[in-house]
Design a protein around this ligand. Structure first.
Ligand SMILES: [Zn+2]
Length: 415
């Protein structure tokens, strides 16, 4: 495995011995002091060749064990990662793109990309000998943690806001987690999870708080690089709520360059809902040369997975995205909903609203000229439509009720 050499604070740059700190830089505090995991990239560059990952013969994110902080011996028996990458030449031609790929992360064990961060965080909990896990989440990270804790046979304590979609709550209960539905926002649930984990000694997987999460998230980018093969990639788009997923995507592409497996990184764009765009706004301030301060704004969008008013990985997300030459784009709820329908109808991938936000983001970036004609683009689809069927049904007509007679079908289809 990768053997981290340090955990570094993303704000003050102070380095800590690996595993000497669990979550955030004690000097900078939880909001700006998120940690990043560093490796000996020169040693890895000597060891890794393009075929190294395939040689493991593991069809999961553990094929990237060399670039992960925890070894596969701590993995729980579920299969996170190594999800399909679909190429869509028809859609690419219609949009004027050189290539369009869809990374279908709905096909993870609990049906969202959050299984990547969870897989590494729960493996870390086992390595560290922690006997219970906790997490605050808008829904997907929580269901993911509940599933992995179930497979690991350790207790799981979950804090979700009261507006979490019912199917996600159903998953949590089915996996046997102790679920606290917090009568408040996600941001309030988040604070409560930190306090509770601290008091009761639970290992906290929450996005933006636990540095293992970005390590797992980065494997989505590693997979895309491996699955695309010789083709080059110009742009990668992914939805952003807390900022941990987009940070992971950036870190994955950056590390491929650091270990000498890739020549350049694609421009990464984080896609946010217009009503929950705290990172996009922080990015704008950063572009104007102002400091990246922890932002707190309102959060109102149909896309519950990115309904975050106080993003915890904002510093990392802004820095990492800027380093790729990418940016942030915001899309309206109408664009997200119609994006989800387009994605389902045109590509056969059923995404929850947040999962489809990259499609809406791509349409907007094409219109604005930020993504030029002929570009090669990947969209990360982060969560299944089955996670939020009510969201998926918005704007769709009710199906036709007919009597059980063939004439009724003939009448309906005009034959
Ligand atoms: Zn610090």
């Amino acid at each position: 495995m990768g053997e981290p050499i340090a955990f570094r604070c993303v704000s003050c740059g102070r380095e800590y011995d690996p595993w000497s700190v669990d979550y955030a830089c004690p000097r900078c505090g939880p909001l700006s002091g998120t940690l990043e995991v560093l490796y000996d990239y020169r040693a890895l560059a000597r060891r890794l060749v393009p075929g190294s990952f395939a040689e493991t013969r593991r069809n999961s994110l553990w094929r990237y064990e060399e670039l992960l902080p925890v070894g596969v011996e701590y993995a729980v028996p579920l299969r996170p990662g190594w999800t399909p990458l679909y190429e869509s030449p028809t859609l690419a031609a219609e949009l004027g793109l050189g290539a369009l790929w869809i990374k279908d992360d709905t096909l993870n064990p609990t049906a969202s990309c959050k299984d990547r961060g969870t897989a590494v965080a729960v493996a870390a909990a086992r390595k560290l000998g922690r006997d219970a896990c906790a997490c605050a989440s808008t829904g997907n990270a929580a269901t993911s943690l509940a599933g992995f804790c179930a497979a690991a046979g350790i207790p799981c304590y979950i804090f979700v806001p009261k507006n979490a979609p019912r199917p996600k709550v159903a998953q949590l209960l089915a996996f046997g987690a102790m679920v606290f539905v917090v009568d408040g926002t996600y941001d309030e649930a988040y604070e409560l999870a930190i306090q509770a984990a601290d008091r009761f000694g639970w290992y906290n997987r929450s996005d933006g708080w636990n540095p293992m999460v970005v390590e797992g998230n980065k494997t989505g980018a590693l997979e895309v690089w491996e699955q695309i093969g010789e083709a080059s990639l110009d742009f990668a788009l992914v939805a952003a709520g807390d900022g941990s997923v987009v940070s992971g995507v950036c870190k994955g592409f950056q590390e491929l360059v650091k270990v000498g497996l890739a020549d350049r990184v694609p421009r990464v764009y984080g896609v946010q809902a217009a009503g929950a765009a705290a990172i996009a706004h922080a990015f704008e301030r950063h572009e104007q040369g102002r400091p990246i301060l922890p932002a707190e704004e309102g959060a109102d969008t149909v896309a519950d997975s990115i309904r975050v008013g106080k993003p915890r990985d904002v510093v990392k997300a802004v820095r990492y995205v800027a380093a790729t030459g990418g940016g942030f784009v915001t899309v309206t709820d109408d664009e997200i909903v119609s994006g989800a329908q387009e994605l389902a109808r045109r590509a056969g991938v059923f995404a929850e609203p947040a999962g489809a936000a990259p499609w809406a983001g791509l349409v907007r970036l094409l219109r604005e000229g930020a993504v030029p004609e002929g570009a090669k683009v990947v969209l990360f689809i982060t969560g299944s439509g089955l996670k939020d069927p009510e969201g998926a049904l918005r704007g769709l007509p009710e199906p036709t009720l007919i009597p059980p007679r063939i004439e009724a079908v003939a009448e309906a289809v005009g034959g």
